[in-house]
Design a protein around this ligand. Sequence first.
Ligand code: KDG
Length: 326
Amino acid sequence: MHRGLDFLSIGEVLIQLNSLTPGPLRYSKYFEVHVAGSEFNVMVALSKLGYRTGFITRLGRDEFGEMIIRTMRGEGIDVSRVKFMDNAPTGIYFIQRHYPIPGKSTVFYYRHGSAASYMDETDVQEDYVKSAKAIFLTGITPALSETCYRAVKKMREIALENGVTVYFDTNIRLKLWREVEKARSMLLPLLEYSKIVFTNKEDLKLLFPGLSIDQATAKLFDMNVEMVVVKKGEEGSTVYTRSGEVIEGRPYQAPVVEDVIGAGDSFDAVFIASIERGLPIEQATRLANLAGMIVVTTRGDIESQPDWNALEALKRYFDEKVEALR
Ligand code: KDG
């Protein structure tokens, strides 16, 4: 028997090859290896914050699969349901930094037909999902394949039927969906009854074409979502609650930007953990914005994710700095 989990997720864990030098990849000679993947990143961040986490995925029976499973174990994630496949590889992707837009990153996937894309309903077992207090899902896994979509759908249904909280990040990756209409029609039903939907302005425009941000969030409340968190990168974030509150979270300026990929995952984890701890939304937003900010200062998605001590130090440092400027 596995121990009960606080958070469980499902998704693809990839090898990230991050160019050491900024600029177009055609000139990159050196790449740094990291382990990443949106849902996995969130589980790692929650582990660092003291929660028991589990992850459902498939890995190739190859060296990269071995690297990933070691990282998962090292970060304290329960891997009892991770499967290895002999006939499909572990997915990889590359990151190009600061080009064409300085301060921004671009991802190039080499994951089509990866082991994770073969996940299906058999990867999602009822006892495991029921053993968690909450699940975290994103729009990435349903985009990987029809069978992955069904796995996510099953996981969400088991959770909702058994009082397990659902957190959802829309995370629309058009490079994976290829068609906007497909993304919209498949994702929208998955958002219903989520406690929190994390999103951004671009995703809301794709999901609710022609609607303002306020109108789109109203639609989500009609779908029984309790809270909508709109992440705005270097502009901070806005939280909308079902009861009509709108809470602006101020941004924190990163002193250096190495690679912005992964910041949103760090944000989600700290926001969720803060809400679970009973912190007021203003506090949760502030800590989450700090957690997103610190991740952009280094390459890799998980390495700089903060624990509570680091968050405390960040809060003290950045808030004192703001006070001093007043
Ligand atoms: O959120 C960061 C992720 O986008 C990155 O690690 C890669 O999971 C990934 C994806 O599918 O884009």
